[in-house]
Design a protein around this ligand. Sequence first.
Ligand code: SAH
Length: 340
Amino acid sequence: MKTEAVTLADAPAQPAVADATMGKITLVGIGPGHAEHMTARARAAIAEADVVVGYVTYIKLVADLLEGKEVVRKGMTEELDRAVSALAAARSGKKVALISSGDAGVYGMAGPTYEVLFQAGWTPEEDLEVEIVPGTSALNACAALVGAPLTHDFCAISLSDLLTPWPVIARRLDAVAMADFVVALYNPKSGRRTRQIVEAQRLLLRHRRPDTPVALVKSAYRRRQHIELRTLATMCEADIGMLSTVLIGNSHTYVQHGLMVTPRGYANKYDLDGDGAAREGERPGRSLSSGLAGWLENLVADHAAGASVAHLAARHGLPADYIAATLAEPEACAEEGPAP
Ligand code: SAH
């Protein structure tokens, strides 16, 4: 394993004379790890490359495309190292494919590569093209295996503190727990990082019920795929590792027939237990009666009837200055556009 640190300053300088052949860096997201979940563009981008750089496991997945190519099999070295060598090769006129699992823009190589490029003085006008080929990220893959956990607002948080201070991670966990997002935890645990997931659980339990459904998916679409459905209270007892993603439900998420589902909200509008008709006061294709316009109408009425800004703020769980600003110009929000 390479030990010396590579920094942004190691990025190769722009050549004085541009090469005749135009180099290219393609960041290829190859999906969760099964060839069938790789896009056609990902395969084509790898086929077009002169040099392919990536982890051994991913290189193996595209073995049939590698004939005649320079292949750089990387271990768990720093990403900057890979970006710097990709830039050097591209500036010598080669087409370089940097392979990433999932999507290269989700906790992947896309960010570090642009950072190295900018540091090296690259601009989009330069004769060095950069393409990002999107891929199925772990949260999409894991969600598909356990039901429909992400069908309402969700967010992703990485528990890796290798480059992010713990208070930053903890603050985000606290904020999304409070805001009732479904949460996808990336990098939940490794051999050395075992406590972070326990701390995450502790922060989430401050706002969420212990029986909140949690799906723990290890090695999705890979040989050792392993899925466990648990609750927030017991999630840390699951088999969690470097290749696990943890999906934590919101306050409406439930498990039925072994499937984890987060409702889209149809029950707010339609009588799903009865004849399926729109509920009283609700109209198909229009915002809910408690949507922005309807909510605001009630807010103005309550305020006119004597409810204070502080009281309304507490009732709706919103900042008082937001309530005050909204009440100051209610006509700006009251009008709804034409039905879609
Ligand atoms: N770019 C990748 C994420 C890289 S970070 C993507 O978009 O998916 C590495 C983390 O991704 C792992 O710790 C794990 O949380 C998640 N991950 C990657 N592949 C996975 C898989 N096949 N199954 C479950 N989780 C996976």
